[in-house]
Each structure stands twice: as C-alpha cells, then as structure tokens.
Design a protein around this ligand. Structure first.
Ligand code: PGA
Length: 249
C-alpha cells in the first residue's frame, strides 16, 4: 500500500517572517494528519526551514538543483550544497522551469541524476500544455518526459523517486483536471513503468498537481493511481494546506 504524500511547492513566495508563521501553523495542525507531508522552499529559506522543522515529521526540500556539483555556474545551487541543509526532496523539471527557463527533457534528466547522486529524492514533474491536450498528444508528451529520465538513469532509479503529474493548463489557473482526467494519465504513467518493472511501478508515489485545493483533494487522492498532491497556491496558507493533507487519509 502506497502512502499518500502531500508536498507544498512554495515557488518564489514568502519572506522569513511569513514562512515562520506558515510553518508554525502547519506544525500546530499536524495532529490528525496521516499523510506524509513536505514543503519545498526557496533556497535562501532552507536554513530557516531546517531549524523550524527540526524534530518534526514534516519533510522539506528545494525546488530545483544544478546538474553539476561545483564550479563556475553562477546562480546555481548544487546537490552537495543542498545536503548542507538536510532536506530530503528536490523538485525537478517543474513546468515553470521547462517553459520559462528553457529546461529541456535532457536537462531535467541530469537534475534527476544529480539529486540521486546526493541522496535526495527527486519529485519529477511531467505534464502537457493545453495545446498538447487539445491535440491529443498528452500521453506522448508524458512518455517523452519520463523516457528522458529512464534513458539516463534506468527504470530502477524511480524506486527512490516521486513523480508528479501536473497538467500545465491546471497550474495556478483554478482549472483542476477532473479526477477521471487525472486518473487516466496516472494510470498511463504507472502502466508505462510497469511494462519495464512491475515492482517499481507498484511502489511509486505519483502525485497530482494543478489547482489542488481542500475541496477537491479528497476526490482526486481517492483515485486508484493518485498518491497525493504537489500543491502550489494552497500550500501558502496553513489551513488550506492542512485541509489537503487531511484529505489524504
Ligand atoms: P498550483 O501549483 O497548486 O498553484 O496550481 C501546482 C504546482 O505548480 O506545483
């Protein structure tokens, strides 16, 4: 039985002060949460997050990682640097990195490899744009994004990873995929991986992301192949985030 994981993606939001309040609020409400919970913070706040989550069951991590480990890469943050702050997770291939910063499938695969090389659990984001959905190529796009990682790292690498299906048209738009739409793609992802390694597919947590809120989370997470959520906007308000965590069982 896969455990539900609810991970917050704060994106480029918050301040030292607001993050303190947010984490205090989440910690205070964790008593009745059974899901695994994590937050992915901006790099500059990782030290604060580490301090504030010491001794708590809430996991944390970053939103991106450099492909390289050290050197002349101005502005980048590497796996060894992230390890200095003790987090478990790192998001790779978020659609905002892909679309706004030109991250190609091959770059995402290298970031996935970098995370694994340094003992971090990558949360690999995949998903189609509205145009791609309308032209009926959703599965092709998701398969291509997964294949780039599998080609570089092998399917067994997914045993220590999380996949997040995030239809680009649903991110930050309030337009959630219907539970059926999401389940179809999640089942496709699990089936594709099962064709290579049934055990890896069975154990893999596949999260849904894209306008997940407290009032739609339970129905999404109750789908057979949806094992939790990657939450943007609603992860910035403690009660909303906790509402989704509670919906996770
Ligand atoms: P959203 O973002 O919940 O604000 O739609 C999800 C994400 O981008 O991970």
């Amino acid at each position: 039985m896969r455990q539900v994981l609810v991970a917050g993606n704060w994106k480029m939001n918050g301040s030292r002060e607001s993050i303190k309040g947010l984490l205090d609020g989440i910690k205070a409400g964790m008593g009745d949460v059974k899901a695994q919970v994590a937050v992915c913070a901006p790099y500059v706040y990782l030290a604060d997050v580490q301090t504030q989550l010491a001794g708590s069951s809430i996991g944390y991590g970053a939103q991106d990682i450099a492909t390289e480990d050290a050197g002349a890469y101005t502005g980048e943050v590497s796996g060894p640097m992230l390890n200095d702050f003790g987090g478990k997770y790192v998001i790779v291939g978020h659609s905002e990195r892909r679309s706004l910063y030109g991250e190609a499938d091959a770059d995402t695969a290298k970031k996935f490899a970098a995370a694994r090389r340094h003992g971090l659990t990558p949360i690999l984001c995949v998903g189609e744009s509205l145009e791609e959905r309308q032209s009926g190529v959703t599965e092709d796009v998701v398969a291509r994004q997964l294949d780039a990682v599998i080609a570089l790292e092998g399917v067994a690498a997914l045993a220590n990873a999380v996949v997040a299906y995030e239809p680009v048209w649903a991110i930050g738009t309030g337009m959630t995929a219907s539970p059926e739409q999401a389940q179809d793609v999640h089942a496709f992802i699990r089936g594709k991986i099962a064709a290579l390694d049934a055990g890896v597919a069975e154990g893999l947590q596949i999260l849904y992301g894209g306008s997940m809120k407290p009032d739609n989370a339970a129905e999404l997470i109750s789908q057979a192949d949806i094992d939790g959520g990657l939450i943007g906007g609603a992860s910035l308000v403690a009660e909303d985030f906790l509402g989704i965590c509670r919906a996770g069982g």
